[in-house]
Design a protein around this ligand. Structure first.
Ligand code: NAD
Length: 282
């Protein structure tokens, strides 16, 4: 069994991004800029935004965090996004999800200028991804693809089971895999017999938020398992969707939690923001 070390790979990618940022500043006087909107007081969201802002600083980006109270109106959020759409120093706009229940998340995402949609959630970018065209791709599934690339895992013709079908994880993951010529099965909460699908897969990618959902008897010998889940248990420890101690001995490759997909998500956010800045029209 080999561990897929997301932390090291993310560090390597960030170092490479920092070099490119420095070049972009020297040659074109462009500093990539990321605006993050943090709405409400969800501790997990606050922690994620803090990590993103720190990573931006480390690679030399300009970044701003707009903190807004839970009571904010939808129109006020829209005005802030419109301001960021028009701000030439901002290449990427990220609205930290989830949003308070009185806000229409789909509407907010659609206000973001697709060229600055570094989270890849705008229907314009989602459509381009499905069509196999260049687009901003959601950071978590993009990070998983980078891991496959780094570890020379060929996807062509592989049977891949994606567990979880959210707009930010499972669905874009499935599109990327299909674009890479894998045979993809998408499963979700209503799937009748989850183990039937996971057991025959060469690669299982799971992002559900259900701790230890994937057990030993659901995985075939030699499979590759990617665990996207991040769950904070009542005792404060972080776990994933896979029963790691039981499943890992069976696998050819597996990602740990923490230190697997999580750091890659942030690295891909930086990568998408740099890509946007490189296309900046000056
Ligand atoms: P979500 O709640 O939007 O979607 C969960 C998906 O899992 C749904 O499609 C649901 O049908 C499916 N599901 C739930 N229970 C299931 C079950 N018993 N069997 C099969 N499918 C089931 O969640 P999300 O935003 O996609 O996040 C999923 C997990 O991934 C969470 O733990 C989240 O913290 C984590 N996540 C991690 C990163 C990262 O950077 N590693 C990024 C985003 C999300």
């Amino acid at each position: 069994m080999q561990l897929i070390d997301g932390k090291s790979l993310a560090n390597k990618i960030q170092t490479d991004i920092a070099t490119k940022v420095s070049k972009l500043k020297d040659e074109k006087n462009i500093t990539p800029g990321l605006a993050v909107l943090l709405i409400g007081d969800d501790p997990a969201s606050q922690a994620y935004v803090k990590m993103k802002a720190k990573a931006c600083k480390e690679v030399g980006f300009y970044s701003i965090v707009h903190e807004m109270p839970t009571t904010i109106t939808q129109d006020e959020i829209i005005s802030t996004i419109e301001m960021m759409n028009a701000n030439p120093r901002i290449d990427g706009i990220l609205v930290q999800l989830p949003l308070p229940s009185h806000i229409d998340t789909d509407k907010i995402i659609e206000i973001i200028e697709p060229k600055k949609d570094v989270d890849g959630f705008h229907p314009y970018n989602v459509g381009r991804l499905v069509a196999g065209l260049d687009s901003f791709v959601a950071c978590t599934p993009l990070g998983v693809m980078k891991m496959f690339e780094e570890y020379n895992i060929d996807l062509k013709g592989k049977d891949v089971c994606v567990v979880g079908a959210s707009n930010i994880v499972g669905k874009p993951m499935a599109s990327l895999l299909l674009n890479a010529n894998a045979t993809v099965t998408i499963t979700h909460i209503h799937t009748k017999d989850l183990a039937f699908h996971t057991k025959k897969a060469d690669i299982v990618i799971v992002g559900t938020g259900v701790p230890k959902l994937i057990k030993k008897d659901m995985i075939k010998e030699g499979a590759i398992v990617v665990d996207i889940g991040i769950i904070k248990l009542p005792d404060g420890t972080i776990t994933g969707d896979v029963d790691f101690p039981a499943v890992s001995p069976l696998c050819s490759y597996i990602t740990p939690v923490p230190g697997g997909v999580g750091p890659m998500t942030i690295a891909m956010l930086l990568s998408n923001t740099l890509k946007s800045a490189q296309k900046r029209e000056i």
